[in-house]
Write a protein that binds this ligand. Structure first.
Ligand code: UDX
Length: 434
């Protein structure tokens, strides 16, 4: 099929590359000409395992191309995915200005029947709204062309996005039988025949995305709250999580206590969901509290650091990890960044190391030290904070760490080390819920 994707962020690039790998002809469109120039050379503007290799492969097989020309993209595709950003606005809602622009461009250049697919995370009612914008553009041109708008939210997680594209469920929300059939074919063809696909109406599809992210974040805040009790009474949150997750009705995923959630999705999506509820005259109960608990987790961790080093002012603290989770260079709404900001405000001196996210974090902390590796960051510090659970941190030489530190204080915000072993090695060690 001929597909175009508007927006070359995480969602757009992964979808584009994966559809192109499946043999479809894909045009990726972005207003950012520098980004397009990079992509044309096969360079990915974001770090995502396997993405750059996939892009290069599809470029050489001629199944993917990149452009800033919206006419070219719209005219040459039957299916148009809108995958532009929907960042948070000052009211906590999704900012739909890029989405509106994309819909206008589609209406402006549409030459024959098209299926427009809302892929970004957008509030309920967006498919209808997009339809209205395109209709207006067509009217303005005096054109009468049939089109359908579908909701097909993205469920990929950063760090495992390509794998998720193939294994995650597909939700197709449509009011048109014809469009639904075509999209179903797109996803269920060939080896993907057994893919889990849910066919529903557009509004339900739009809600599924927000409800899923809110539910996952709710689990995290829940388990983090339980970790506080574990700590108070001397229980172990890791075992509690395993035990709770052994119930098949609950399941083991998203029960890892830590510094709380971050990233480009959960924080903004939960706020947007709350705002949609309010707009519809509904009272929030549980959803409203998710973020509060998430924030408290950071404050409690800060208190732990303070207790361990007896006041953070003037103390040198090494922060390992800046990304909001492992396997990504993304530091947006990262708990590591947030807790570092609290530490700096209270007068601590920080040295950072992250395997991938340092470039993205340098503008946030222009005056701080960015070390060349973990040992370099740790050298001479009064305390070490593990803020992201990168695999390579789990393999660090603990004896070497102890010999490099001024004081052997470790706060493990991701529970990557064993408390017993750490204490045996002579560390003053605090973690989460243990
Ligand atoms: C999330 C959703 O998982 C994905 O389906 C959606 O499409 C986009 O939002 P992502 O933001 O990439 O994906 O990250 P995710 O893996 O969900 O992690 C979010 C945050 O929760 C991270 O800060 C992570 O460290 C934290 N987390 C996750 C925990 O603290 N414990 C866990 O058990 C799982």
């Amino acid at each position: 099929m001929n597909i175009s994707i508007i927006g070359t962020g995480y969602v757009g690039l992964i979808a584009g590359a994966c559809f192109a790998e499946g043999g479809h002809k894909v045009i990726c469109l972005d207003v950012d000409k520098e980004k397009i120039a990079l992509l044309q050379k096969g360079i990915s503007p974001i770090y995502e395992p396997g993405l750059e290799e996939l892009l290069k492969k599809c470029i050489s097989s001629g199944t993917i191309s990149f452009t800033s020309d919206s006419k070219e993209a719209v005219e040459n595709s039957q299916i148009i995915f809108i995958a532009v950003g929907t960042p948070q606005n000052e009211k906590g809602e999704a900012n739909m200005c890029y989405f509106k622009e994309a819909a206008e461009q589609i209406g402006k250049h549409m030459n024959e029947y098209k299926i427009i697919v809302d892929k970004s995370t957008v509030p309920v009612g967006t498919a209808e709204w997009v339809g209205g914008i395109i209709e207006n553009e067509l009217k303005r041109r005096g054109a009468r062309i049939k089109f359908d708008v579908i909701s097909n939210p993205e469920f990929l997680a950063e760090g495992s996005a390509i794998e998720d594209f193939h294994s995650e469920r597909v939700v197709i929300g449509s009011e048109s039988e014809e469009a639904r059939k075509i999209l179903h074919e797109l996803y269920a063809a060939g080896e993907n025949e057994k893919k889990k696909i849910l066919l529903t109406d557009t509004k339900s599809a739009e809600i599924i995305k927000y409800a899923s992210n809110s539910m996952l974040a709710l689990r995290l805040s829940f388990i983090n709250e339980v970790s506080q009790l574990c700590e108070k009474v001397g229980a172990n949150i890791e075992d509690v999580s395993i035990g709770v997750g052994m119930d098949e009705r609950i399941g083991p995923k998203f029960l890892k206590a830590g510094l709380g959630y971050g990233g480009s999705c959960f924080p903004k999506d939960i706020r947007a969901f709350i705002s949609t509820m309010k707009k519809n005259g509904l009272k929030n109960g549980v959803i409203d509290r998710i973020e509060e608990v998430n924030q408290r987790q950071l404050e409690l961790t800060f208190k732990k650091i303070e207790q361990l080093v007896r006041g953070v002012k003037g103390k040198k603290i090494a922060v390992l990890g800046l990304a909001f989770k492992a396997n990504t260079d993304d530091a947006r709404e990262s708990p590591a960044v947030k807790i570092s900001k609290i530490l700096l405000k209270r007068g601590a001196l920080l040295s950072f190391f992250d395997p991938k996210a340092m470039d993205n974090a340098k503008s946030i902390f222009p005056k701080e030290i960015f070390a060349k590796d973990a040992y370099d960051a740790i050298s001479g510090c009064d305390a070490l904070l593990i803020a992201t659970d990168w695999e390579e941190f789990k393999r660090l030489d603990l004896k070497k760490i102890k010999s490099l530190m001024k004081e052997p204080n470790v706060i493990d915000g991701r529970n990557i080390f064993e408390p017993k072993k750490m204490r045996e090695l002579g560390f003053n060690y605090l973690s989460i819920g243990r």
